[in-house]
Design a protein around this ligand. Sequence first.
Ligand SMILES: *Cc1c(COP(=O)(O)O)cnc(C)c1O
Length: 397
Amino acid sequence: MNSKIWYPYTQMKNMKEPYEIVDAKGVYLYTKDNKMIDSVSSWWCMIHGYKNPEITEAIKKQADKFSHVMLCNLSHAGALEFADKLASYLPGNLNHVFFSDSGSVSVEVALKMAMQYFVNKGQKREEVLSLTHSYHGDTFKTMEVGDDEDYHFAFSKKENVTHIDTNIEQLEEIFKAKGESFYCMIVEPLLQGAGGMRMYDVSFLQRARELCNEYGVLLIFDEVATGFGRTGNRFVADLVEPDIICLGKALTGGYIGHAATVASDKVYEAFLGDNYETALMHGPTFMGNALAMAAGLKSLEIFERENYLSKIKNIEKIAKRELKDYKNPNLKEVRVLGACIAFEAKNSQKLEGFQDFAYKHGVFARTFLNIQYAMPPYIITEEELVKVINLMKAWWE
Ligand SMILES: *Cc1c(COP(=O)(O)O)cnc(C)c1O
């Protein structure tokens, strides 16, 4: 191994050689001598699959004009149009779009907005309510509100953050005990991804919304992973409306790294004033990047035109059919929600070797913790999906 790349979440001393990708098209990744279905959509973002001609063309067309201009004192049609479109797609009062370059930063911005909302109102609130097993990113504030010792064990300090399970009784108790000390409650709605593909019921979010209203707490949905259809809803925010939503991963169809934090009118208005004191002081260099805006706009257009929600429903239907009554003594649970299929193993060591096994059978897969999963591009065919599911099962036989 003499590469100069420092890989993520990897012990570099004994890293397994990564597969070198030379081409990609549709759901397929190509190495020099293999072709494999990407069952994880390149960390859950590549919803249209690779080399979508329309998105590629939109990026090329924008690159011929300009690839980037700063979004402070300058603006451009792509950013204006994409912000408008997002605001009209998102439910209710989620109308004010702050672009940034990654999901972690979009969560940082959301937390900053929520914190400063109360500062601007002259109220003192210093605590955050979050969920056990939550993951919100790898930057410091997101690690603090997250609850993922498996990722961030080297930095376990959690100041002013309370974690509860997705349990309505615990939720009611914590609000009763200290609801007025929270400036926000932050959740990955319906599906906790990196914390172990944990799925929970919408009734928890409905009750959280009520209690946040009652105690004046801002509700943040981190939909970096769940946004754009993954749970079978375009956004979970379509079911329960948060005060702030974070979008990333699939925002550009996965073609260029970008993210957005979208705030409600109420949050936005608390930042209006006569001087900089109440303004939001944040400004990523690459916010509103023109290539990202072009990709994002085209991605949304295709999502709507090709009725992706029905494709996702179909993926869910096929997965449920293929996994009906499926049990294996090595598995604790099999879960399906939207276009997410997760097998929870009793013993994480039993997953070692699955990646090579999948590779040999023409599938790219990546397990984490004790989870074996598929989050395929929404364009996957029935035959390809069944192949992926059968391979996941075959590992245990
Ligand atoms: C991936 C993810 C993030 C972090 O996004 P990056 O673009 O990797 O910084 C934050 N929140 C959730 C829920 C995620 O799944």
